[in-house]
Write a protein that binds this ligand. Structure first.
Ligand code: APR
Ligand code: PHB
Length: 395
């Protein structure tokens, strides 16, 4: 098999890249380890930045998102029993977010790719890559894999490693090339999906002396809630009753608000870390999304950062194939990393401000409350949260 760009991974990064390339007349083949059903049902995050929303609409996969997604122009910070609204519309000149589950985005992208005769090979096994280290045009990067038990090879001009944090592309880069920058947090999130109408129009991020809690949603009938827990939390110790009791406590207010309960239909624990590898390219291999960086979910940036990376990569490929320009490809990593590190900063800041740190003391608790008071009482401070949350400009 042969194509122009071989893409490993059918997550947001791989599928958006494939569709952006198709719209420029550039061929690609997406190689995916999991089944289509698994990819389209995998419960992940659900906040789309304004830039991501605009891009999905621009490339023709925004219709269902606009119909079923929930458009929000703000979030709430809750602490000391009081709720403070951050008004995105007012603070960012009308920008907002759309709450729309990542696996719904995946469904829309897969449908669009297949409708455009795009090639997505699901259920592949034993994927490996080779001959990607040379930049000379004669080099023929190759993706090797097994499909239905048959060994196959895909030769390409370039390989895009969109295979997430447990993929094979980044580890295929020779030792000594990459530098890993990482911070692992001493807590995790216990997340639930519940058949309960969301108890708030917009998201509520709550700082509490027992730990962080977040109220989000998926639809007018489905709530998505999280609470800070130990990094090695054992879900068996968390009955539905205990989860709801902790959420009631951490989200409690003196404002007459009530959390609506319902049957829990999914629960899981997500570890939290910030990590970046530099550079995000080697020879004819370009890594994007979670394959290159991980953000803690507090800033709701994972999917959005993946999309931002592949916008840069798709433009660079477009210029190369249109006119032979190599400079954008050569600058891919540098271009992406400038925005990646600013998003890492914001995600770290939101995480630091809103979570309980076991190793910190009463001074730090007061300091966090003062920071929350400042962010919610200063226009300048709330504007910095708002402009980062709705999404910084694309590079
Ligand atoms: N071969 C083929 N496919 C692979 C391999 C492999 N060896 N390893 C992983 N994959 C696939 C995974 O099955 C997954 O479908 O690569 C895809 C990577 O997708 P994501 O992990 O979603 O990564 P990305 O596209 O960068 O999107 C980042 O997804 O995981 C969330 O929180 C993350 O919101 C963020 C977003
Ligand atoms: C979600 O709805 O899953 C969600 C929302 C905001 C976050 C993280 C997750 O910061």
């Amino acid at each position: 098999m042969r194509t122009q760009v071989g893409i490993v991974g059918a997550g947001p990064a791989g599928l958006v890249l494939s569709h952006l390339l198709h719209r420029q007349g550039i061929e690609s083949v997406v190689i995916e380890a999991r089944s289509r059903e698994y990819c389209e049902e995998r419960v992940r995050a659900g906040v789309l930045e304004q830039g991501t929303v605009d891009l999905l609409e621009e490339i023709g996969v925004g219709e269902r998102m606009r119909r079923e997604g929930l458009t929000h122009y703000g979030v709430n910070l809750r602490f000391s029993g009081r709720t403070h609204h951050i008004d995105f519309r007012e603070l960012t000149g009308g920008r907002g977010i759309v709450i729309y589950a990542q696996h719904e985005v995946i469904k829309d992208l897969v449908k669009a790719r297949l409708a455009s005769k795009g090639q997505i090979l699901f259920d592949v096994e034993d994927v490996s890559i080779r001959d990607f280290g040379e930049t000379k045009s004669s080099a023929k990067p190759t993706i090797l894999f097994r499909k239905e038990g048959e060994a196959q090879q895909l030769t390409c001009d370039f390989i895009a490693g969109c295979d997430g944090s447990h993929g094979i592309c980044r580890p295929s880069i020779p030792d000594g090339v990459l530098t890993l920058f990482e911070r692992v947090y001493p807590f995790a999130w216990l997340g639930i999906l519940a058949e309960a109408p969301p108890s708030s129009e917009e998201l509520i991020y709550a700082y509490h002396e027992r730990g962080f809690a977040l109220l989000s949603m998926r639809s007018p009938q489905i709530s998505r809630l999280y609470l800070q827990c130990k990094p090695d939390e054992n879900l068996v110790e968390w009955s539905d009753e205990r989860i709801w009791e902790e959420l009631h406590t951490r989200l409690a207010t003196t404002e007459g608000w009530r959390l609506i309960e319902g049957p829990i239909i999914q629960k899981g624990v997500t570890g939290m870390r910030s990590s970046v590898v530099e550079p995000m390219q080697y020879g004819k291999l370009f890594i994007a999304g979670d394959a290159a960086h991980i953000v803690p979910p507090t800033g709701a940036k994972g999917l959005n950062l993946a999309v931002a990376d592949v916008r840069v990569l798709a433009r660079a490929f477009g210029e190369y194939y249109a006119s032979g320009r190599q400079d954008l490809l050569e600058a891919y990593s540098k271009t992406c990393l400038r925005r990646v590190w600013k998003v890492q900063r914001f995600s770290w800041w939101m995480t630091s401000m809103l979570h309980l740190w076991e190793n910190e003391n009463a001074f730090d608790h007061r300091r966090q409350l003062a920071e929350l008071d400042y962010v919610t009482s200063s226009r300048a401070a709330s504007q910095t949260l708002a402009e980062n949350y709705v999404g910084l400009p694309m590079e």
